[in-house]
Design a protein around this ligand. Structure first.
Ligand code: PEP
Ligand code: MG
Length: 606
């Protein structure tokens, strides 16, 4: 039966595919795709695990004393019966053979399906057998742990450049991922994998999971509450990343409608591609800098392809994640930064020092055991200053990469003068260390992120020490409004147009301009086409966003006239309800204004 689930739209477009539920089973196992020729081996691993459990239970049965309680004997019988059950074995075989899931993933997938069937049983006795099934499967998994998979590797390592997007060419069904939660480290693992879209129960629009989804440029919905409970393995699912709706088990008519929308979206993207080489200049001749946000050095390719004129934010923390606590050494980091710099072919690259903490733990699971209020805790520059040796390693690596091209060094989450001074003296120290070693390094421009209201309210201090500022609106909104950016239950209050947020943003832009310092916005607001005109009107000339958003924002820029937008933006800034003011007739776009259209518009005008 068709039904819809509503969540938050975070990455645009439509995905249609079969649901893959990960981590829904209470047993946490590895998920990866195997190659077609490894199917028999994986089936064998399950068979061996199952046989070992049967042996164990039979041994227990034989050793059972004559006067043992009958319930115990009956329990062993039930477990043995479940192990013999054809639906368990045939289901597992299906997931391995037809979907190329690894053995553990196949087993827990089938467990989820059978557990659901048990839940739906009327007979209470039978319903309770679900717990037996779970125990049996856990036992098999425990045995399988001893039978190490010859093919176990995380997803990214399995896909080499140029390799087919699907785990195997024979597998052509689009898959969409449904999970309760995905950490940014999980998301990185999925970065080069097969999913056409994803849905999570939790998360806000600017949570880091959502940000990585945007960088993957696949449709995604977060904060869909109970999606991972309501969707079943292998259900057909439509993810509408534009409106935040997930449609489960769609009828043929709905499928056809969304198939049409999907094709329209693809056509629009193709049309936008024509703007790739068009300079981002407004109707009144203002040149706008459109930069890319990247997570890994390899993302530089996408940035160049999308027409970015540099990287405005390289979130270096993604190099530190999912490594089970071991941090990348100087050489490893230097090589990564150098690859990004070279990938940008002479264009500037802004490397942000590591921003670990809050919703970006080093490793998954770490989130649970950190501090009570991680967003207000040891995060970003605070984390770096707490471990000077680690920070110096990163600073040296960035300075060395600066010998290969234009590098800007950006520091996140600063609030105090003492933090600024400590950071600068560590930077001097890093230079001195490199001098002592006779290592080659280059000059860097120094920037600070404005993410905490305290920073936005003490701009003079920041401008005394830094060459440029970059406004991290994701955090600036979070800390100004006291709204956890990753918490879907308060997502409706996470408002980029709150007058206080706009005031801090406008003041930062104005103050930088007054002092002739560079300023950009690198939060999600910069890539939101609904905000482009307002930001232009507030005087912003440098925007940094996911490569996938650049062309749509460029289209807005090409349509804009900043001489009209400036008074309009002041009107919005002073309004009690800026969102309403943005929609009123004072809006800078008028009938007479020529509107550039990516499909039909006169490209030659520019
Ligand atoms: C921001 O806070 O706006 C920002 C760009 O940094 P991050 O999203 O990585 O916290
Ligand atoms: Mg931030």
């Amino acid at each position: 039966m068709t039904f819809a689930i509503h969540g938050l739209a975070v990455a645009r477009g439509i995905a249609i595919g079969r649901a893959v539920l990960v981590g829904s089973s209470r047993v946490d196992v590895a998920h990866y795709f195997i190659e077609a020729h490894q199917v028999a081996e994986e089936i064998d691993r399950v068979r061996m695990g199952r046989n070992a459990v049967v042996d164990e239970l039979q041994r227990l049965q034989h050793a059972m004393p004559k006067d043992a309680p009958p319930e115990l004997t009956a329990l062993l019988d039930v477990h043995l019966m479940l192990l013999e059950d054809e639906t368990l074995t045939s289901g597992v075989k299906h997931w391995i053979t037809d979907r190329l899931y690894n053995a553990e993933w196949a087993l827990t997938t089938q467990l989820d399906i059978l557990a659901r069937q048990f839940d739906e049983m009327e007979d209470e006795y039978l319903r309770e057998r679900k717990a037996d099934l779970e125990q049996v499967v856990e036992r098999i998994l425990r045995y399988m742990k001893g039978v190490v998979s010859p093919v176990a590797q995380p997803l990214p390592a399995r896909r080499k450049a140029g390799q087919h997007l699907w785990p195997d060419e024979s597998l052509t069904v689009p898959l969409v991922l449904i999970a309760h939660d995905l950490s940014p480290a999980d998301m990185l693992q999925f970065k080069q994998s097969v999913f056409a879209g994803f849905v999570t129960d939790v998360g806000g629009k600017t949570s880091h999971t959502a940000i990585v989804a945007r960088s993957l440029d696949i449709p995604a919905v977060v904060g869909a509450r109970s999606a991972s409970q309501l969707v079943r393995q292998d259900d057909w699912v439509i993810i509408d990343g534009d409106s935040g709706v997930v449609i489960v088990d769609p009828s043929a008519i709905i499928l056809a409608e969304y198939g049409f929308k999907q094709r329209q979206g693809e056509l629009e993207r193709e049309r936008l591609m024509r703007l790739r080489h068009t300079p981002a200049v407004t109707l009144d001749g203002q040149r706008i800098e459109l930069l890319a946000n990247i997570e890994m050095p390899e993302d530089a390719v996408g940035a160049v392809n999308a027409g970015a004129v540099g990287v405005g934010l390289f979130r270096s923390e993604f190099l530190f994640m999912g490594r089970k606590g071991s941090l990348p050494n100087e050489e490893e980091q230097y090589q990564a930064y150098r690859r990004a710099v070279e990938g940008m072919q002479g264009m500037p690259v802004t490397i942000r020092t590591v921003d670990i903490g809050a919703d970006k733990p080093l490793d998954k699971g770490q989130k649970e055991d950190t501090h009570l209020n991680p967003a207000l805790g040891l995060r970003a520059i605070r984390w770096s200053l707490a471990d000077p040796a680690m920070f110096l390693t990163q600073l040296r690596a960035i300075l060395r990469a600066a010998a290969h091209g234009q590098v800007n060094l950006l520091v996140p989450m600063l609030a105090h003068g003492s933090e600024i001074r400590q950071t600068l003296s560590l930077l001097d120290f890093a230079r001195a260390e490199l001098d002592n070693r006779g290592a080659v390094y280059g000059p860097v421009k120094l920037g600070a992120m404005i993410e905490i209201p305290a920073a936005a309210l003490t701009l003079k201090l920041f401008l005394k020490y830094f060459d440029f500022l970059s406004v991290g609106t994701n955090d600036l909104i979070q800390y100004t409004l006291a709204i956890d950016r990753a918490d879907e239950s308060v997502a409706h209050l996470y408002d980029p147009l709150h007058p206080a947020v706009l005031r801090l943003l406008a003041d930062t832009i104005r103050e930088c301009q007054a002092q002739g310092k560079g300023v950009s916005v690198c939060g999600e607001m910069a890539g939101d086409v609904a905000m482009t005109r307002l930001l232009l009107g507030l005087g912003l000339r440098s925007f940094s966003m996911h490569p996938a958003q650049i062309l749509a924002v460029k289209q807005e820029v090409l349509r804009a006239d900043t001489s009209r937008l400036t008074p309009w933006a002041q009107h919005v800034l002073e309004a009690e309800e800026p969102a309403l003011a943005m929609a009123d007739p004072l809006s800078a776009r008028t009938e007479a204004e020529p509107v550039w259209d990516s499909g039909l518009g006169p490209l030659s005008t520019y």
